[in-house]
Design a protein around this ligand. Structure first.
Ligand SMILES: Cc1ncc(COP(=O)(O)O)c(C=O)c1O
Length: 391
């Protein structure tokens, strides 16, 4: 009998990938499925970014790079943070990794172990909880409720800190809810954290450029009093439609960067060299493709929320960011999981049950509106027909 380590059994999967797989199976059987399940832009990576990767391969960038990433890319990240958010970041504190996810894993590995407590968003990106469970630390949910527009409040976070708390994971704009924590709450949180100097924060800001109604992003890294303990997670996947390239970065406090680099050496050595050159082109080239994509998402957000609110028993808040709507479906009489399954199998609409993002997501669905307006309208029309015929 093989004897696996106990933590391995506690890792969980992301249901977005399971739904993607099932949708592909149905399509292979000839069924027509509209995918509002997976969290990725339906845009192509901008052409000049693709060209930069091709050129890098032609130029012979085929080997390992420095584990932390090529210097020009780390400098480009630093310049981008200065341009967008007015932040001053030493390129030496930037760690290039294969996708945003890696920074989550590294932060949890750095702080979590049995006896420690880690705070994480509920509902939230499932990998937070999975990695905390793997580590054996206690996972303490921070509620993101409909009553609070699905964002975290400073009070809810601060109230959960104990002497055992080592790391707080925060995510604004949020996956799966699209909730955005306003600056006033961030200010309160930063002030409150001064009383807990032993606590580190992983701020997942991967949707930082997907904000609507003219809102400006508030980075937790912009609070000088927290600089020594905030790990910033961002990357290229969402902003530049580069999910399959596997490219992301973390900005680590000076005291942690060397250990983070050590994790990188142990796990992946370095990121694919040509993808890193693509990353430079994305950050230093024209930003118009990003603006166009975000403008398209903003328009689709309106279409999606209006259409969902027409469905009987469904109510949906207007999300402030990311590309997800999180409708409350309790009035339909369906459970979120049953409705997710039935909509995929019977109506050809792929979306994700709220509970797959945490216990507090029960009664909601995550609807990704990274799809064409026509498909969104058709998907909601299919939902309407389905609900009407299953009363
Ligand atoms: C909140 C959040 N963080 C991190 C990630 C991971 O991004 P990547 O695909 O770059 O690993 C995602 C992807 O869906 C996400 O939604």
């Amino acid at each position: 009998m093989l004897q696996m380590a106990s933590g391995i059994g506690r890792l969980s999967l992301e249901s977005a990938f399971a739904v993607l797989g099932r949708a592909a199976e149905l399509e292979a059987e000839g069924r027509d499925v509209i995918n509002l399940g997976i969290g990725q832009p339906d845009f192509k990576t901008p052409e000049h970014v693709v060209e930069a990767a091709v050129q890098a391969l032609r130029d012979g960038h085929h080997g390992y790079t420095a584990a932390e990433g090529i210097p020009a890319l780390r400098e480009a990240v630093s310049a981008d943070l200065a341009r967008r958010l007015g932040l001053e970041v030493d390129p030496g504190q930037v760690l290039i990794v294969p996708g945003g996810k890696m920074t989550i894993g590294f932060a949890v590995l750095m702080f979590a172990e049995p006896g420690a407590e880690i705070l994480y968003p509920d509902p939230g990106f499932p990998i937070y909880r999975s990695m905390i469970d793997y580590s054996g630390a206690k996972a303490v949910p921070i509620p993101h409720t409909e009553a609070n527009a699905f964002a975290f409040s400073a009070e809810e976070v601060l109230a959960r800190i104990t002497p055992k708390t080592r790391l707080i994971i925060l995510n604004s704009p949020s996956n799966p809810t699209g909730g955005v924590t306003p600056k006033a709450e961030m200010d309160k949180l930063a002030a409150g954290l001064l009383e807990h100097p032993q606590v580190a924060v992983l701020s997942d800001e991967i949707y930082s450029q997907m904000l609507y109604d003219g809102a400006a992003h508030v980075s937790l890294l912009s609070y000088p009093e927290l600089r020594e303990r905030v790990i910033l997670l961002d990357g290229w996947s969402k902003t530049y439609a580069m999910t399959g390239w596997r490219l992301g970065y973390g900005v680590w406090p000076e005291a942690l960067i060397e250990r983070a680099r050590c994790l990188a050496v142990n796990f992946h050595s370095c990121v694919n060299a040509s993808a890193q050159y693509a990353g430079i082109a994305a950050l230093t080239g024209p930003q118009e493709p990003v603006r166009q994509m975000v403008a398209a998402f903003e328009e689709r957000r309106g279409v999606t929320v209006a259409a969902l609110n027409e469905l009987p028993g469904v109510s949906c808040l207007m999300p402030g960011g990311a590309f997800y709507a999180f409708p409350n479906i309790t009035g339909t009489g369906w459970s979120d999981k049953d409705l997710q399954k039935a909509l995929l199998e019977e109506a050809g609409v792929a979306l994700i049950a709220g509970r797959d993002f945490g216990a507090l997501g029960e009664g909601f669905l995550r609807v990704s509106y990274a799809n064409s307006r026509e498909n969104i309208r058709l998907a909601v029309a299919r939902m309407a027909e389905f609900l009407a015929s299953h009363r």
